[in-house]
Ligand binder design. Structure first.
Ligand code: GLA
Length: 405
């Protein structure tokens, strides 16, 4: 793309005309507007395999901050991902099973309204600090900061109005066989009690090889803390089809961070060996989720951070691999982060109705959140989450989809 996508996008919308504005083939930025419409109808077809990647946009309601858009990305290989600009939320991820049949494997909602509260954080970008900070307090350079207590007695996922509750500015792009969306948000100094103006950019890329790559970047004008992640829940049978207890999970982690009864790490890194926390070999989630092991009782199941095995602090390594024997679907997660929270959907309690109209009950989906350890600002022995002016926070996670027979 030579021109900025914004200017070409607005030219395209003028040429396509108002009747087609509900669904605009942004991928056709490189081509004529007439073929843009053709692309968008092909993208909507369930048999869109092995075609050029597309990205389309439609309106998805509005909030007090303004209109919300939904982008639909297809990679021409049968994968289709929908992302909304509110919360940078991944609404759906449609991937083929071993027979090539597509299903949405991400939990979420069909409309914007339930996302405005979204107590389970379905699909959302989480910031400024993913996971819990004890009593919502931390001290940085001698100053103590108080964050909102929204998960009594702690602060969870950035506070009452975290990054999951704002509209992000979106710029679509296409690069070779990949297609993606750059999302930008500026969080002002003092937002939810956190110091410094944080300028955040998250890039979602749907790759030609069926990967969903998420690149996070942030800078600040004052020393602060940051820990960004995405809170997608998976059910590889398909969203709304019941429990994930038969999914097999591998976590590339010999240790985890045990927690107290409020799910705050005690500060030690304990071995998983000999406990129900051991996922170093693929193990069905349901095999031990009802075990009376004290940590599982605290979490009502799995709701813990695992310490990813790695030789250095920067390379992308396999953190988790989730598979479903019945469909053959597999997702492998690669990250440069030191930890991964595995949450087995313990608080889903039939009060939320999902995208396909089914209620979600306990264990109907699981989240795998790549991250720094919870409550790191209060644990000097954990990798640091401090970001200072002049430094650039960068992290990458890749969800690689595939099938096995
Ligand atoms: C995170 C937390 C869980 C829960 C979910 C949202 O994964 O660790 O305890 O709060 O978010 O329901």
């Amino acid at each position: 793309m030579q021109l900025t996508s914004k200017s070409r996008f607005s030219r395209l919308t003028r040429r396509v005309g108002t009747s087609a504005l509900a669904l605009i083939a942004v991928a056709a930025l490189d081509t004529a507007a007439s073929s843009a419409q053709a692309d968008s109808s092909r993208a909507a077809s369930p048999t869109a395999a092995h075609r050029a990647p597309t990205i389309t946009k439609d309106a998805f309601g509005s909030t007090a901050e303004g209109p919300v858009d939904r982008y639909t990305l297809t990679n021409g290989q049968g994968v289709r991902v929908r992302i909304i600009t509110f919360g940078g939320i991944v609404q759906t991820i449609e991937v083929p099973d071993r027979h090539g049949r597509n299903t949405n494997v991400a939990l979420g909602f069909a409309t914007l309204t339930p996302y405005l509260t979204n107590p389970a954080y379905f699909g959302a970008l989480i910031g400024r600090y993913g996971n819990r900070i004890a009593l919502g307090k931390f001290t940085l350079d001698g100053v103590t900061y108080q964050l909102p207590i929204n998960n009594d007695p702690n602060s969870l996922h950035g506070g009452t109005v975290g990054f999951d509750k704002h509209i992000w500015a979106a710029t679509p792009f296409r690069r070779g066989g990949d297609v993606g969306l750059v999302l930008r948000l500026t969080s002002p100094d003092g937002d939810q009690g956190y110091p410094g103006t944080l300028t955040v950019q998250v890039t979602y890329t749907l790759t030609a090889s069926n990967g969903l790559r998420v690149d996070y970047r942030a800078t600040t004008d004052k020393a602060t803390i940051v820990n960004l992640t995405n809170h997608t829940y998976f059910n590889l049978h398909g969203e709304g089809t019941g429990s994930i207890n038969d999914h097999k999970l591998l976590l590339n982690a010999n240790r985890y961070t045990p927690v107290d009864s409020t799910l705050i790490p005690t500060g030690t890194l304990d071995p998983v060996a000999g406990t129900p926390m051991d996922f170093t070999r693929p193990t069905a989630i349901g095999a031990r989720v009802r075990d009376s092991f004290g940590q599982l009782v605290f979490g009502r199941g799995y709701d813990h951070n695992w310490v990813v095995n790695r030789h250095d602090s920067t390379s992308l390594v396999l953190a988790a691999r989730l598979s479903d024997d019945s469909s053959g679907r597999v997702v492998s997660m690669f990250t440069d982060q030191p930890g991964i929270q595995f949450y087995s959907g313990n608080f889903l309690d039939a009060t939320l109705i999902g995208t396909s109209g089914h209620m979600y009950r306990e264990g109907d989906g699981l989240a795998l959140e790549t991250q720094h350890y919870p409550d790191s600002p209060n644990h000097a022995n954990f990798p640091s989450t401090v970001l200072r002016p002049g430094q650039v926070y960068r992290t990458t996670t890749v969800y690689q989809f595939g099938t096995e027979h």
